[in-house]
Ligand binder design. Structure first.
Ligand SMILES: O=c1ccn([C@@H]2O[C@H](COP(=O)(O)OP(=O)(O)O[C@H]3O[C@H](CO)[C@H](O)[C@H](O)[C@H]3O)[C@@H](O)[C@H]2O)c(=O)[nH]1
Length: 334
């Protein structure tokens, strides 16, 4: 039994591939390597190319008729980049998803698990989001994911495609066995900057201390990438009971993944300090342009339908991220 993973040489896709492989489902990786890394595909069945390339997708299904589902992770994901170049983001995240869905339907591969974002919700007054929260995406990245979901819903109704869309926020950590992790050696996200500052022995800058949260700093739902990957496996394993075949429902299901209470930037600094065990320092500064207060995800539906909840703590995720950064330095990954 096999599963096709688009973007399977990226941070999340490669972790998902490892979870499937460990559980006896062979991953077939399709990745353009525009942002993915060749070495993350070592030992895996790998096709380099574009998800919009119909001939290539046809070839994959000809070579592997035992593919039972597609995990669709291939996407561009950097919010500021999406604001600077929305054309590229809509082309990759929306048009290519449309093309891929057509290729999957032509090959009669009707189960898709879509990597989406909980960033498309308007947070409730307590900053939580659930599957019924209003959709109000704020930038081309989250809008491209929402539009992709809308077209997939139409394809489900018309062609019998079936989709589970998993929506989550900020994945951190690395494969606990350190086979894969973040591709980017200089991540700009909060934990990446903490690791960089710690290495340099300089204080970390907390950008934004006047938000209406429990300590004034922005909140996010950081979640260990292995936990995210496990949810993709569970969604695939339980697919037909969650989204029954044609005629019984819309063929489309949304499930949010999160911790249920989130972590503020100050709490992340505290956790980081605990893990590194030294006097890691932080300094306050104004928010970055375009920053948002953030949100956290209620995982009740994921618990009910997937039997899933996060297993790794924020400290585990920080530890694995630090180990991955060290591994990158040792192995000189560019
Ligand atoms: O050096 C830093 C970096 C970040 N922050 C703060 O930490 C919070 C979280 O920032 P991140 O950049 O870690 O996370 P965001 O959710 O703001 O955005 C990130 O995660 C998104 C996915 O959810 C997109 O990938 C996006 O491009 C990426 O920057 C924000 O309040 C930010 O101001 C700091 O205090 N100091």
């Amino acid at each position: 039994m096999k599963v096709l993973i688009t973007g399977g040489a990226g941070f999340i896709g490669s972790t998902i591939a490892s979870v499937f492989a460990e559980r006896g489902v062979t991953p077939v990786v399709l990745d353009s390597l525009v942002t993915g890394r060749q070495e993350f595909t070592d030992g895996k069945i790998f096709y380099q190319g574009d998800i919009g390339d119909g001939d290539l997708v046809d070839q994959i299904f000809q070579d592997h008729p035992d593919i039972i589902a597609t995990v669709h992770c291939a996407a561009l994901i950097v919010v500021p980049d999406s604001m600077a170049d929305p054309l590229r983001y809509y082309r990759v995240n929306l048009t290519r998803t449309l093309d891929l869905a057509g290729h999957l339907i032509r090959n009669d591969c009707m189960r898709m698990i879509f990597a989406s974002t909980a960033g498309m919700y308007r947070p409730e007054p307590d900053l939580s989001v659930t599957e019924t929260s209003v959709l109000e995406p704020q930038n081309p990245y989250t809008r491209s994911k929402m539009m992709a979901e809308l077209l997939l819903q139409d394809f489900c109704k018309a062609y019998g495609l079936r989709v589970i869309s998993l929506r989550y926020l900020n994945p951190i950590g690395a494969d606990p066995q350190l086979r894969t992790g973040l591709q980017n050696s200089k991540p700009t996200h909060a934990l990446g900057k903490m690791i960089e500052c710690h290495g340099l022995g300089v204080p970390f800058t907390i950008t934004g201390v006047d938000w209406e949260t429990r300590d004034g700093t922005a909140i996010r739902d950081y979640i260990h990438v292995w936990d995210i990957a496990r949810a993709f496996y569970e969604a695939t394993a339980r697919f037909d009971s969650i989204v029954p075949p044609r005629g019984e429902g819309s063929g489309y299901e949304v499930i949010n993944l999160g911790t249920g209470d989130g972590t503020t930037v100050r709490e992340l600094v505290e956790a980081f300090r605990e893990v590194v065990g030294d006097g890691f320092r932080a300094a306050d500064a104004p928010a970055r342009p375009g920053d948002v207060v953030g949100a956290f995800v209620n995982p009740a539906k994921a618990s009910a339908l997937l039997g899933w909840k996060p297993e790794y703590t924020i400290e585990d995720a920080i530890r694995h991220s630090l180990q991955w950064a060290e591994r990158r330095r040792e192995t000189d990954l560019a």
